[in-house]
Design a protein around this ligand. Structure first.
Ligand SMILES: NC(=O)c1ccc[n+]([C@@H]2O[C@H](COP(=O)([O-])OP(=O)(O)OC[C@H]3O[C@@H](n4cnc5c(N)ncnc54)[C@H](O)[C@@H]3O)[C@@H](O)[C@H]2O)c1
Ligand SMILES: O=C(O)[C@H](O)COP(=O)(O)O
Length: 411
């Protein structure tokens, strides 16, 4: 891979924001002097995506845009990526790291929105509302208590007790539910929640099972035919995590046989690219399934906050070099550098790079005012503050160091 020298004046830095990212992001960028912002309302794929990001310095996406190693390879100027959501499974994080591109996300801003939706779905499912609603839309009438239950006293099983799972547990207890959960980590149970030793134990105990794990190789098809068979007859499944976590054919089969009384599904193995595309799923046949178009985090509050939060992280990286909260990159927290020039150097983590940097600066007579270094297994990130009149020479020296992936001077 060739070394990228990326020192661009602010007004020439190009941001591309896809998937209808909230205007608060554009406003935040403008407030900080970044005026070249291109937006698109949906996810892009193939040549359309490659063409738009070919000269982008910063790219903002949500959960739909797939940033593979191949796509990243074609975005030679890319400096950082913002995932304006929680999940980062749509990005090849290792490929981005190897290209010296940090990835930032919004780990909390939409979690309350998901928790509120799931809480509503628990009640809707336990009262059989999806089916009753569908019947009335066909001019029918089903006034009956059969299959309708209060949630009070019932058991909610939470799979993945993180930011979303914990909030749902607390809200559900307020409704009088018993809460059990599983997680790969030992977690502090909030309220009266209890951590169970296995997924099987949870599936056998819960009246409603709700999934809140990330997409990983371990969570792929985590709920398949065998797990669905272990759920209580007449129980309900909610998935607002990732579409890959549930085997949809197996779920359709469990619903068909009447083993499950209902489900609420917000995420799907294959989702349409945008609002003009067609949605296909075997679940459309079931009136007892609440289907939503991946809108768990789609509220005005969440999207506005995410827009501001992730744009601010990109601005901070661009203005200051800070990589704090990057999900794939050595994290460096940096003070301001008023009165000095700041150089950023991203290199392969091989022996001798720092020795080379210091030797070259010493030979060129460049005084280092401050230096910060963090590494991980693959990459080193060093930030060097120098007197402004030596910044050009310093950049030339830095870019010449063997192992350099990227070097940049901040204006
Ligand atoms: N539907 C939506 O619009 C929407 C919105 C936000 C987030 N999400 C999805 O929800 C997921 C969870 O969000 P969060 O903020 O709670 O994340 P989080 O990282 O705070 O929590 C995830 C929890 O899952 C646990 N976990 C990981 N692998 C596991 C496994 N194999 N078995 C059991 N537990 C496991 C983790 O230890 C962690 O406690 C996100 O990764 C994202 O994919 C969807
Ligand atoms: O990962 C997330 O935060 C959710 O899946 C929401 O994704 P979205 O921004 O594409 O709605």
């Amino acid at each position: 891979m060739t070394t990228a020298r990326l020192s661009v004046p602010k007004e020439k830095i190009k941001f591309v924001l896809l998937e209808g990212i909230h205007d608060s992001a554009v406003q935040t960028l403008k407030d900080h002097g970044y005026t070249q912002v291109v937006t698109a309302p949906k996810a892009l794929v193939g040549p359309e995506l490659v063409e738009l990001i070919a000269d982008a310095h910063f790219l903002g996406i949500r959960s739909r845009t797939q940033l593979t190693a191949d796509v990243l390879e074609k975005a030679g100027k890319l400096t950082a990526i913002g995932a304006f959501c929680i999940g980062t499974n749509q990005i090849d994080l290792q490929a981005a790291l190897r290209r010296g591109v940090p990835v930032f996300n919004a780990p909390f801003s939409n979690t309350r929105s998901v928790a509120e939706l799931v809480l509503a779905e628990i009640i809707m499912l336990m009262r059989g509302i999806p089916h009753k609603n569908a019947v009335l839309h066909r001019n029918g009438w089903v006034k009956s208590a059969a299959g309708s239950y209060e949630v009070r006293g019932k058991t909610l099983g939470i799979v993945g007790y993180g930011h979303i799972g914990t909030q749902i547990g607390v809200l559900a207890e307020h409704l009088g539910m018993q809460v059990v959960f599983v997680d790969i980590e030992a977690k502090l149970p909030l309220g009266n929640a209890r951590q169970l030793p296995s997924l099987d134990a949870l599936l056998q105990a819960a009246d409603v099972v709700t999934l809140h794990v990330p997409e990983t190789p371990e969570t792929k098809d985590m709920i398949g035919a065998a797990q669905l068979a272990r759920m209580k007859p007449g129980s309900h499944l909610i998935n607002a995590s990732r579409g890959t976590v549930v085997d949809i054919e197996a779920l359709a089969d469990a619903l068909q046989r009447g083993h499950l009384a209902g489900a609420a599904i917000d995420v799907f193995p294959v989702e349409p690219q945008g609002n003009d595309a067609r949605f296909e799923s075997p679940l459309v046949a079931f009136e007892n399934v609440l289907l939503t178009p991946h809108i768990g985090g789609s509220t005005a509050e969440a999207q506005e906050n995410i827009g501001r939060e992730v744009a601010a992280k990109l601005v901070r990286y661009s203005d200051n070099g800070s990589t704090v909260t990057a999900v794939n990159f050595p994290e460096v927290s940096l003070p301001g550098h008023a009165g000095r020039s700041r150089l950023l150097h991203i290199h392969r983590n091989i022996p001798g790079v720092m020795a080379q940097v210091n030797e070259r600066f010493s030979k060129a007579g460049i005084n280092i005012a401050a230096q910060y270094l963090r590494t991980n297994d693959e990459v080193g990130y060093v930030v060097i503050d120098v007197d402004s009149d030596s910044s050009r020479v310093a950049l030339d020296e830095l870019c010449g160091v063997p192992g350099t992936i990227r070097c940049r001077v901040l204006y």
